[in-house]
Design a binder for this molecule. Structure first.
Ligand SMILES: *Cc1c(COP(=O)(O)O)cnc(C)c1O
Length: 378
């Protein structure tokens, strides 16, 4: 089956007793034991496993071409499980422009649990090679990066990692499995904030780790998931599986709109730079073309306006939602530096846009009017 068919049919098996086609939602926390008790049951207690989570995890594993998946209550809970799984004193190599939440969490482990992290420019594989040493237990990778859309060569980094016996975890939240599947490129595990494209409607908080066949790291993560219990509710699992059915069509429309918006932005005198890997002038263009199916629906741009005015532009839209987060059916934008806080290195005149599935002409008009109303004001 091709990807779009898998999206629709993963875990879609009529219920044996009722023949219901849509999967049931199973809120039960307990499951009746046969003789012999817990040891002899498929399901025993909901924290360890339950039918709704199991259906979601099976679908996620299939979408990423992995062998297993572990669902979490948020993307951050999933990241925390990965770090915990490395053990005390582990050394991690992470991108210099890693998602700010990941950096804050890793730094907390540095301060309190003896984690060591080197943040390097992953667009140059040489800097990764330089950072690796005996104690390195993980390479963390995120591409395209947030919010500058830098592109890292997943295959190249995985080759380096394999030669040193170091596992690679790819945060695949931005592209989603509809555009990029890192396990096929050599990643050991893939991480998602399912809050974003997989959920797609700004109404589910969730995370996931997908493990490749035989991943020892994944086994440790599974144990932390089941013992620690930072898991999504059965309802969130059920809802997320429902959202996943339309991932393919949503992402196609989002990418189509993003390309139209980028084309328009390029011709605007008030737009200084557009950051989008689909642009032929983008330094990561050819790598993105080889490892992504399309160039995604996340983009950033800087404006030739004073920073205070740029921060106002995002408050002026009629349709585009002024909020953080991404991947939803509605377009969302923000003045990224304000969201990241005082330590942010993001340019002060940068706007990050998550393109939704609305009509591209309406989106362009909304951006145009928002920029001009601020530019023309005193
Ligand atoms: C949102 C996000 C996360 C964190 O996920 P939550 O679901 O908000 O906990 C991690 N990585 C990336 C790239 C994200 O965009």
């Amino acid at each position: 089956m091709k990807f779009d068919s898998i999206l629709v049919h993963a875990g879609l098996e009529p219920d044996p007793s009722t023949k219901a086609v849509a999967p049931g939602f199973a809120p039960s926390t307990i499951f009746e034991f046969p003789e012999g008790g817990f040891q002899n049951t498929r399901y025993g207690y909901a924290r360890y496993d339950n039918p709704s989570r199991n259906a979601l995890e099976a679908a996620l594993a299939t979408l990423e071409g992995g062998a297993h998946a572990a669902a979490f209550g948020s993307g951050m809970a999933a990241i925390q499980a990965v770090i915990q799984a490395l053990g005390q004193g582990a050394h991690v190599v992470a991108p210099i422009d890693v998602y700010h939440g990941t950096r804050n969490l890793m730094n907390d482990f540095v301060d309190h649990w003896g984690l060591q992290v080197d943040y390097v420019d992953m667009t140059h594989s040489a800097s990764v090679v330089e950072a690796l040493h005996e104690g390195t237990r993980l390479i963390w990778l995120e591409t395209p990066s947030n919010p500058m859309l830098h592109i890292t060569d997943i295959g190249a980094i995985c080759n380096i990692a394999r030669s040193k016996g170091v596992p690679v975890c790819v945060d695949n939240t931005w592209p989603s499995p509809a555009l990029q599947q890192p396990i096929a490129m050599g990643a050991d595990v893939v991480m998602h904030s399912t809050t974003k494209y997989l959920g797609g409607h700004s109404d589910i908080l969730g995370g996931a780790i997908i493990g490749s066949q035989g991943s020892v790291l994944f086994e440790r993560i599974r144990r932390i998931q089941q013992l620690g219990g930072a898991v999504p509710s059965p309802f969130d699992c059920w809802l997320l599986l429902r959202s996943i059915r339309t991932l393919g069509v949503r992402v196609r429309q989002q990418c189509h709109n993003a390309e139209a918006i980028v084309d328009w932005l390029k011709g605007q005198p008030l737009v200084e730079t557009v950051f989008y890997p689909g642009l032929k002038t983008h330094p990561g263009h050819s790598i993105a073309a080889s490892q992504m199916k399309h160039f995604g629906a996340m983009l950033s741009f800087t404006l030739r306006l004073p920073p205070a005015k740029v921060a106002k532009v995002v408050c002026n839209s009629e349709m585009i939602v002024h909020a953080t987060s991404l991947g939803s059916v509605e377009s969302i934008w923000e003045h990224r530096r304000s969201s990241e806080g005082p330590e942010s290195k993001t340019p002060e005149t940068l706007i990050r846009l998550s393109v939704g599935i609305e009509d591209a002409d309406d989106l362009i008009r909304d951006i145009d009017v928002s920029i001009r109303s601020v530019a023309d004001s005193a």
